[in-house]
Design a protein around this ligand. Structure first.
Ligand code: TYD
Ligand code: MG
Length: 455
């Protein structure tokens, strides 16, 4: 039977189709379908019959209890990185670290490599993007040149696998997965077929040898790890290394983690000597303005497992437009619309005839509903042009009825506020803390009255 050796593969989601189309039917992206040679596999290798005579081996089932090895995590010595990974690297795990070009992935991984090597692990750093001389130059800049890292510049998977199988390092860093290629496949490097095959081979090595695999992946304009989302399924953890345009701080965010909590973040600052750990991220996200301005409120949030204080800024101005403008940076636009509607309906305010702009300071993106109360306070403060008294944080979730609901981890939020020198907090009813003056807002009407009276 003639085998179709060429197929059309979507470079965004990896869906396979028999013919070229302008738009991928699976993910809806335009112009992502490309002709690729199909992955070669032995006939009948997919099991399930197909006329193949080869019989599968019978599996030995086992029980859920017992036999699980609790090997200690490998600590990199970089507290922010270890935190983002959920407490260090698990043996035999594979991590994908994605991010825009130039965000600092190579810098981060070189620092991690140096830290691990100094801690006694054997580390192989394989770069397909830079020559060894370039990496040495960076290592000198990072003061990491004395760390015993095994460095190589290579892209051929066959050579890399042969080397890894012989050297058996504890940690393997591949920078980047898109530059690796296998000569067993006719597809070009960077295509879905190549990236998937190379990632698969490397992950299998990690699982078999117990090594930790750190893969770098580039991210496309729309925030996908370029080409293959398929790689995300192969690995145990996916982390994004993000930066806000024109800012020096970087956030390493776990979006998937089989070995720890997802949504955990590590915060770094890019300096002339590499990435500096930021142990207290609140310092970045508070504007530091001394004189109280109207429209600013400090939200006591939780990012992952860590409390982070961040300033929310609002600007409300009368609008002449039939549909007033709403613009929001760092928060959900739909959530803002909801909050404005609830403020108008339940607290008798008039945001419907105002343009509203909301910004989360420092470039952080907030996803928690707990930010509702702080956002509402900022909005009211700007609407009434009444600055909130300084030294106060706020948190609480707003319901459509206008009631302010309690949120989780209020103790941790308040503790962080005390630690950073705040003296009071605006909370849902029922919060308790000895060290802070608490103001309870049971409803948005309470909040509006309180802000109008001078906060
Ligand atoms: P890099 O790690 O090469 O990014 P990526 O691998 O994600 O493409 O980082 C490149 C940027 O980082 C570059 O613009 C220079 C800057 N940088 C510093 O500011 N300080 C440093 O010590 C280093 C090594 C890089
Ligand atoms: Mg790089």
């Amino acid at each position: 039977m003639p085998r179709n050796s060429e197929t059309y593969i979507c470079q965004s989601c990896g869906a396979v189709s028999a013919k070229w189309t302008g738009r991928c039917e699976a993910c809806g992206e335009w112009n992502t379908i490309e002709l690729e040679a199909a992955e070669a596999g032995p006939p009948g290798s997919l099991g399930g019959g197909g006329g193949a005579k080869a019989k599968g081996k019978r599996l030995d089932f086992t029980s859920l209890a017992g036999g699980a090895e609790q090997t200690p995590r490998i600590l990199t010595g970089n507290a922010e990185f270890d935190r983002a990974c959920g407490g260090g690297l698990a043996h035999g795990s594979a991590l994908l670290i994605g991010g825009d070009p130039g965000v600092g992935k190579s810098t981060l991984l070189l620092q991690i490599a140096a830290g691990l090597a100094r801690g006694g692990s054997s580390v192989a750093y394989i770069s397909g993007e830079e020559a060894t001389a370039q990496i040495r130059l960076r290592a000198t800049r990072l003061k990491a040149q004395d760390a015993p890292v095994s460095l190589a510049s290579a892209t051929a998977l066959r050579d890399i696998m042969a080397t890894l199988k012989a050297a058996k390092p504890d940690v393997v860093i591949i920078d980047s997965i898109q530059t690796m290629w296998s000569d067993a496949l006719p597809a070009a490097p960077g295509t879905v077929t190549q990236v998937r095959a190379c990632a698969h081979e490397l992950v299998r090595f990690a699982k078999q040898s117990g090594a930790v695999l750190l893969l770098v992946g580039h991210v496309t304009k729309d925030g996908q790890i370029a080409g293959p989302r398929v790689v995300e399924h192969l690995v145990d953890a996916v982390m994004y290394f993000e930066s806000e345009q024109g800012r020096d701080f970087r956030i390493l965010r776990a979006v998937k983690n089989r070995f720890g909590p997802a949504q955990e973040i590590g915060v770094f600052e890019m300096t002339s000597a590499g990435l500096r750990e930021v142990a207290n991220p609140s310092e970045l996200f508070l504007s530091g303005a001394d004189a109280p301005a109207s429209g600013a409120a400090v939200f006591a949030g939780i990012e992952g497992t860590r409390p982070v204080l961040v300033e929310i800024q609002a600007l409300v101005s009368p609008s002449t437009l039939a549909a007033p403008r709403r613009a929001v940076v760092g928060w959900d636009g739909a959530r803002l619309s909801m909050l404005l509607a609830v403020l108008d309906a339940r607290a008798g305010l008039d945001f419907g005839r105002h343009d509203v702009f909301l910004n989360v300071a420092g470039g952080l993106r907030i996803g928690e509903p707990a930010a509702d109360l702080a956002a509402a306070a900022a909005l009211c403060s700007s609407l009434f042009d009444a600055p909130l008294a300084p030294g106060r944080v706020a948190f609480g979730e707003v319901a459509l009825s206008g009631a302010v609901r309690p949120v989780n981890q209020s103790e941790a939020r308040l503790k962080e506020a005390v630690k950073l020198g705040f003296s009071g907090a605006l909370t849902p009813s029922g919060a308790k803390h000895a060290g802070l003056a608490l103001t309870e807002a049971a409803t948005l009407a309470d909040l509006a009255a309180w802000v109008r009276a001078g906060g």
